[in-house]
Design a protein around this ligand. Structure first.
Ligand code: NAP
Length: 313
């Protein structure tokens, strides 16, 4: 039979926000339990060099950065569960958090399950991760200085990434499956006005080609109106087709927007259920950076500490 135990704080998800929430709650003597989840360390584990995390002037490898986050949080007594949470009950307190290993009854819960960038899912795609395919221009754009790249998608993320990439790249080609951008008018106009950006309308990417080193050298395109195909040389492919927040187990239990992001109250980490807090990309559709996630993890930890104190815990 699986065990039931008690915790003052359970943290679900172990990216920058989760580990920061763990660090702060551990240092507040709340002895948090953190569930590492399906992808321990979160999105930075599939990144190579991180050059924009303050404190690392020479840059740091994503997995190494997450290992440092973990070491710092565990140093103060964070209890780590290398498991995935399979179910929660937030209808009464203490909250129930279930995993394969058992059940934890928690006075407060911090959700930091993150979001996952969407990829096209074409055959062989994964082999090009960090070898030309990226889902974060802010993180990786710098590595494409002077190169020609493509951005897939037509929403705010895609036009923002395309505009950002023109600072480094000699040319940015947006590949959009329709004849109209989904992005907000003002952001779309910026892309349309940018002379370094070309937009291929009604076009989809159907395949990738690598060079002798396994890095991207070209993509196959298909115009879905005319059926015309071509091989377009490119050195970088940026996915701008959206993110999927990891919130399946919270459906019907916490307020979400139509895309599934958890809704937090303005300027804090409170969710729609008192005692349940959220931080990081699972509630952030705007910034999505490791440093902003870490900052919001700190906010959630402080919110929890104060809330527990107000409850008399
Ligand atoms: P999004 O609005 O869902 O746009 C995704 C884009 O990718 C759409 O153009 C979509 O095409 C395309 N797409 C989706 N799946 C595809 C596939 N399999 N193949 C080809 N194209 C595909 O996602 P987002 O741009 O990440 O934005 C998400 C939310 O964050 C939005 O509310 C957005 O306003 C917000 N956001 C705001 C800012 C900002 O204010 N600075 C920046 C970024 C994001 P269709 O158009 O045909 O559906």
């Amino acid at each position: 039979m699986s065990a039931t135990e008690n915790a003052r704080v359970v943290i679900i998800g172990s990216g920058p926000s989760g580990w920061t929430a763990a660090l702060y709650t551990a240092r507040a003597n709340l002895e948090p339990i953190i569930y590492e989840g399906l992808q321990p360390g979160g999105q930075l584990m599939i990144t190579t060099e991180v050059e924009n995390f303050p404190g690392f002037p020479e840059g740091v490898q994503g997995p190494q950065l997450m290992q440092l986050f973990k070491e710092q949080a565990t140093r103060f007594g964070t209890r780590v569960r290398s498991e995935t949470v399979t179910g929660v009950d937030f209808s009464k307190r203490p909250f129930r958090v279930e995993s394969e290993g058992g059940v934890v009854l928690a006075d407060a819960v911090i959700i930091s399950t993150g979001a996952t960038a969407r990829y096209l899912g074409l055959p062989g795609e994964k082999a090009f991760y960090n070898k030309g395919i990226s889902a974060c221009a802010t993180c990786d754009g710098f590595f494409f200085r002077g190169k020609e790249v493509i951005v897939i998608g037509g929403g705010d993320s895609a036009v923002e990434e395309a505009n950002f990439l023109t600072r480094f790249c000699s040319k940015v080609t947006m590949i959009h499956r329709r004849d109209e951008l989904r992005a907000s008018k003002i952001m779309a106009q910026r892309a349309l006005d940018n002379e370094k950006i070309e937009i291929r309308w009604n076009t989809v990417v159907t395949g990738y080609h690598g060079d002798a080193n396994g890095a991207i050298r070209a993509v196959d395109l298909e115009n879905i109106e005319t059926g015309a195909t071509e091989e377009l040389p490119t050195q970088g492919v940026f996915m701008g087709i959206g993110h999927k927040p990891n919130t399946e187990i919270f459906v019907g239990k916490l307020e979400m927007d139509e895309a599934g992001y958890l809704i937090t109250k303005p300027d804090c980490s409170y969710t729609s259920v008192e005692g349940v807090f959220a931080c990081g990309d699972v509630q952030d559709t705007v910034y999505r950076q490791a440093i902003t996630a870490a900052g919001s993890g700190c906010m959630a930890a402080i919110d929890v500490e104060r809330w527990l104190e107000a409850q008399g815990h």
